[in-house]
Design a protein around this ligand. Structure first.
Ligand SMILES: *Cc1c(COP(=O)(O)O)cnc(C)c1O
Length: 422
């Protein structure tokens, strides 16, 4: 069934193994055309936070489909978008009160960057067109978003000469790094529009954690130097770190927040960029040139907004945050046996994310095949093997995932040792 008409993500089409054919999803399982089912350890790129095909979301989407799947957002508004925007603002820290809907995480980041740059232009501060970003960060695949990804891991070499040049720093994990960041912001503030950060977990850059204190330091320094703070909660939002938003754990109030991934419970694409009252005020004018210059065709798609509203209902009616916190304990305990394997340098968990990190890049294709053979869907990348399952996965299924990681890695370590001795 491998279809030569399709071009696949991040894939060398000549050498890649053919993809598996999925035919149905239910709960935490992906059913394949050949009759097998895989227990999903990564909730479809971290989106399906309630598992697949939750009846409450499905019913809401079906109702919306019958009534109005989509209407252009230029000139129109509709109840699903109005209601979703109000609910997101009520969940976010006070002051974040203006929601711009788009259709993917990368575009939510692009919009946040355009918002930041244009907000300075609108108040007459020209030249503030760069961003301060952190090493090992990931913010998406479009031009602006790529430019703030880690400069070594983040495709910069692929697109050398085309990407805007940004300013990179280490996260202020210690006093020396904090002093460096303070100096960097002070030196470059005239050209900086904003600081962009993934709060508490740098996801696609390798599931690296930092303490709430580090995030609070970044926010304090940004404030001190008059820089806007963009929190990219695309991965961390909606309970993934154990609180609804990661920023809550540091009591940080960003100027702009980006959301996507689990926003619709993994059912349809949707993203949001939410601005503070102060940022919004810089666009509030009689001058048409000061309007925010962005507007996607499928902005605030009604089906997607209905799915997102239904997903938020589930956060109200089911104990998702408590489940995420319980997962942190279970992931930490379940993956702990990997710590003693040769080549493993760290085992860690935060909320519903569990990570085994190696000293060197893992053999991802071999491992992926071994996981599929065991009936689980786990996708190692870089130097890590990680789990980020649905927040409501039951403890029995979670044990199947952590046991699979432990035994696949154990067999892999034994083979690697045998190879090096041979
Ligand atoms: C996935 C991700 C993005 C990009 O989202 P897409 O929907 O893939 O464009 C941006 N930022 C973070 C933190 C992400 O995890």
């Amino acid at each position: 069934m491998a279809n030569s008409y399709l071009w696949r993500p991040y894939t060398q089409m000549k050498t890649a193994a053919p993809p598996l054919e999925a035919v149905a999803t239910e709960g935490v399982r992906i059913h394949l055309a050949d009759g097998r089912a895989l227990l999903d350890g990564v909730s479809s790129w971290w989106t399906a936070c309630h598992g697949y095909n939750h009846p409450h979301i499905r019913a809401a989407v079906e109702r919306q489909l019958a009534q109005m799947p989509h209407v252009m957002f230029g000139g129109f508004t509709h109840a699903p978008a109005e209601r979703l925007a109000a609910r997101l603002c009520a969940l976010l820290p006070q002051g974040l009160s203006h929601v711009f809907f788009t259709d993917s995480g990368s575009v939510a980041v692009e919009v946040a960057m355009k918002m930041a740059v244009q907000s300075w232009i609108n108040v007459g501060e020209r030249g503030r067109t760069r961003f301060l970003a952190f090493r090992e960060g990931y913010h998406g695949d479009t031009l602006g978003a790529m430019s703030v990804c880690d400069p070594d891991e983040g495709m910069h070499a692929h697109f050398d000469g085309w990407l805007p040049r940004q300013v990179f720093a280490e996260l202020p994990r210690n006093a020396a790094a904090e002093a460096d960041l303070d100096r960097l912001m002070s030196d470059r503030r005239a050209e900086l529009a904003a600081v962009i950060i993934e709060p508490l977990i740098q996801g696609a850059g390798g599931m690296r954690l930092h303490d709430p204190g580090v995030l609070a330091t970044v926010a304090r320094l940004a404030r001190r130097h008059g820089l806007l703070l963009i929190a990219d909660e695309i991965f961390t939002g909606f309970g993934r770190t154990g609180t609804f938003f990661a920023c809550e754990q540091a009591e940080v109030v960003p100027d702009i927040v980006c959301l996507s991934k689990a926003l619709t419970g993994g059912v349809t694409p949707l993203a949001a960029t939410i601005a503070s009252e102060e940022v919004f005020a810089r666009f509030w004018s009689d001058d048409p040139a000061k309007a925010l210059m962005h507007g996607p065709t499928f902005m605030a798609n009604a089906l997607a907004c209905a799915a997102a509203n239904a997903s938020l209902d589930l956060f109200e009616t089911e104990p998702r945050l408590a489940q995420a916190r319980a997962l942190e304990r279970a992931l930490r305990a379940g993956l702990e046996p990997c710590r003693d394997l040769p080549g493993v340098v760290d085992v860690r968990a935060k909320g519903a994310v569990g990570v085994v990190q190696f000293a060197a890049p893992v053999d991802r294709e071999t491992l992926k095949r071994a996981f599929v053979d065991r009936g689980v869907w786990v996708r190692p990348f870089g130097d890590i093997v990680y789990l980020a399952p649905a927040l409501n996965i039951c403890m029995e299924d979670l044990a199947v995932l952590t046991d699979a990681v432990c035994s696949v890695l154990e067999a892999h370590a034994a083979r690697t040792l045998a190879d090096t001795r041979a």
